[in-house]
Ligand binder design. Structure first.
Ligand SMILES: [Zn+2]
Length: 250
C-alpha cells in the first residue's frame, strides 16, 4: 500500500476541495479493500447521495470523509436532519475516514461499520449566523465511536489485511443488536477500547463508572449494567472470560 496521493491527478483543479476529493478518492479506490470480504472497493460512477464506494462482491457501501490533520474525537459532517435521516435509513453506508498531511500522504485510514453509526453519535451544530450565505443552516458533527474504528493505516503504519478482516468480523454481531440495547453496549465497548492492553479487569471497566453514569443519568445500577454488557460481549466472542473479573479481547 502506497501512502502518497498521486498529486499529478490534481493538476487543473482550481478548487482545492475538488482537488482533494479527486486525490483522496483515487487513493482509496487503488488501495482499499472491503473489510467484509477483502475485495478492492470501487468508486460509484455518478454522484450518489448515499455512498462513494461499493464492494463489487458483497455489495457493502462506503461513504468517505477526509481531513487534513487529525480528526480527533469529532468529525464535521453534513446537514443535521439529513444526516440523522440517513443513519436511520435501511440503506445507510459504512464510513471510511481518511486523514492526510500537507505533504499529500495518508497518515490514518479507518472504517466504521454502519452498525456503529447510530443517530446518537450525531451532534447538532449551531445554526449559521444571519450574515452567512446559508443563514440558519444547521450542520452536524460525528462523535467517533472508538470501539467501531478499524484501522487500515494508523500513524503511517499499514495494518495486516488479515487483521483488518478479523476486526470487521468481530463486530458483525452488532448488526443484529436492536437500537435500544446498542447505546449501552457501544458505551462499554468504547471503555474496553480505551484500555491499550489485550487483557483487562472488571475493576478497570468500573473505573469508567462515572462517565457511564453521566451518559445514562437515570440508571441506578451502572455496575450491573456493565457486567451484563460484558457477558453479552463474551457470548458474541468479542471478549473471553479468563477467570473471575479478568477478561481478554479476542
Ligand atoms: Zn465485500
Amino acid at each position: 500500500m502506497l501512502l502518497n496521493f498521486e498529486t499529478a491527478l490534481g493538476v487543473g483543479y482550481s478548487s482545492n476541495s475538488q482537488k482533494i476529493r479527486v486525490l483522496s478518492e483515487t487513493w482509496t479506490s487503488k488501495n482499499i479493500y472491503c473489510p467484509a470480504c477483502g475485495t478492492r472497493v470501487k468508486k460509484f460512477e455518478n454522484n450518489r447521495p448515499v455512498a462513494d464506494f461499493y464492494c463489487p462482491k458483497c455489495t457493502e457501501e462506503f461513504e468517505q470523509k477526509s481531513k487534513q490533520g487529525t480528526f480527533g474525537q469529532k468529525v464535521v459532517a453534513g446537514q443535521y436532519t439529513s444526516m440523522i435521516e440517513r443513519l436511520n435509513s435501511e440503506i445507510r453506508p459504512n464510513f471510511f475516514f481518511l486523514q492526510y498531511m500537507k505533504t499529500m500522504s495518508v497518515t490514518d485510514f479507518f472504517v466504521v461499520p454502519k452498525s456503529f453509526m447510530t443517530p446518537e453519535i450525531i451532534e447538532k451544530r449551531k445554526p449559521l449566523g444571519e450574515t452567512a450565505r446559508r443563514a440558519g443552516w444547521i450542520g452536524s458533527t460525528i462523535i467517533l465511536p472508538k470501539s467501531g474504528q478499524i484501522f487500515y493505516v494508523k500513524n503511517g503504519i499499514v495494518a495486516d489485511k488479515a487483521n483488518v478482516l478479523n476486526e470487521w468480523q468481530r463486530r458483525t454481531f452488532m448488526a443484529q443488536v436492536n437500537k435500544q440495547s446498542k447505546g449501552w453496549l457501544i458505551d462499554v465497548m468504547n471503555c474496553i477500547s480505551e484500555i491499550d492492553k489485550q487483557e483487562f479487569s472488571l475493576k478497570q471497566i468500573y473505573g469508567y463508572e462515572k462517565i457511564l453514569q453521566a451518559l445514562h443519568p437515570s440508571n441506578k445500577h451502572i455496575r450491573d449494567k456493565i457486567r451484563q454488557q460484558l457477558q453479552f460481549l463474551r457470548d458474541k466472542n468479542y471478549i473471553e472470560f479468563l477467570e473471575r473479573g479478568k477478561y481478554r479481547k479476542l
